[in-house]
Ligand binder design. Structure first.
Ligand code: MG
Length: 346
């Protein structure tokens, strides 16, 4: 954003930054502006689109998507690969996400394996999803339609992931999303693919603003000021689903702007199975199993006010996650009805 545009925007909304990292939606208006704002709020039509936004790895799927096919076909252990990514990124002062995308193809080349775009898409079929994920989208749509009645509320689903667009395209749920924002490769570049788009933890918030402003094409300027009243999906109509530290910027953005967030963790039952299996083998269960550390992270996020709820990543109808999501949907639908009634009076 140019300095001139920044100054112009600053004059319009003193405490409001127009870039993707804006954190406060409500400027301190003058009395006259406040009266105008109230008049708009009372008469403007209710925004009837609700957006559910998901992280992928650890949220919809138990493990990073590269661990299901890409790394096994190279005969590389996942823990070794991620440890090397961290080591190389630190040594080179490189972005960790660019580093993992680079190392994937460096390793493939070393093993003499050619992996094209269509191969990556095919690998999506082997990505495991948490229970109920495949039916979740239709069931949530049915629930919202039933609760909204004649209000005509629409629910959209968005994926914002640091994982790979190509692998996500091959999963069974790809077509359930209204839009997918994920990292992606450029396959025409010399002999090794290189990152075309990288979505970092903080970069995810740009896409929340794109959904908020209805500017989903990345070539539409996200920095142009858009009054709250004309933004098609207010943050208060959004729920973000994530599983950990990398989701903090997205959760924080929504929570600070009246939106919602739910943190999920791996089912503890699976660690219970592991516990019994290990006990049988005469081993002690480690206190730091992935499922337990996932739950601990959720509790930490909840206590820090990053999320409204946390739940096991069980997306089946009747699960705690399903019920807690429905509670937030109920609240948003009630708010839409209130605004509609206000608009009618106005
Ligand atoms: Mg995740």
């Amino acid at each position: 954003m140019s300095e001139r545009v920044t100054r112009r925007a600053a004059r319009r909304t003193p405490s409001h930054v127009d870039a993707g990292n804006e954190t406060t939606a409500a400027p301190a208006p003058s009395d006259r502006a406040a009266r105008t704002h109230k008049a708009i709020a009372a008469t403007e039509p209710a925004k009837k689109t609700i957006a559910l936004v998901y992280d992928f790895d650890g949220t919809l799927s138990p493990r990073p998507m590269q661990e299901y096919s890409f790394l096994p076909q190279l005969g590389i252990k996942a823990a070794d690969f991620w440890a090397e990514c961290t080591r190389v990124a630190r040594a080179e002062s490189a972005d960790p996400l660019i580093t993992y995308m680079h190392l994937m193809y460096k390793k493939a080349k070393e093993k003499g394996l050619r992996v094209d775009r269509k191969d990556l898409v095919a690998q999506g079929a082997s990505v495991e999803l948490y229970p109920g994920v495949e039916t979740w989208f239709d069931e949530i749509a049915s629930y919202a339609a039933e609760r909204a009645g004649t209000a005509g509320v629409a629910v959209k689903h968005y994926l914002v992931s640091s994982g790979l667009t190509e692998i996500i395209e091959g999963t069974s749920i790809y077509r359930k999303f209204d839009n997918v924002f994920a990292s992606e490769y450029w396959f025409d570049a010399y002999d090794l693919p290189f990152p075309k788009r990288v979505i970092t933890d903080t970069g995810k918030t740009q896409y929340l603003f794109r959904i908020n402003k209805g500017l989903e094409d990345q070539f539409q300027s996200i920095n142009t000021h858009m009054p709250e009243a004309v933004r098609p999906i207010p943050f208060s109509n959004m729920i973000y689903f994530g599983d950990g530290e990398t989701d903090v910027p997205s959760m924080a953005l929504l929570k600070k702007n009246g939106g919602h967030a739910i943190a999920v963790h791996a089912p503890l039952a699976s660690s219970g199975v592991r516990k019994r299996a290990k006990a049988k083998a005469g081993q002690k269960e480690k206190a730091s199993s992935p499922a337990h550390s996932g739950l601990a992270k959720c509790i930490e996020l909840f206590q820090a006010g990053r999320c409204d709820f946390y739940a096991t990543a069980d997306y089946r109808s009747g699960s705690d996650l399903f019920k807690r999501t429905c509670l937030l949907l109920d609240r948003m639908i009630a708010d839409i009805r209130v605004r509609e009634e206000m608009a009618r009076l106005g």
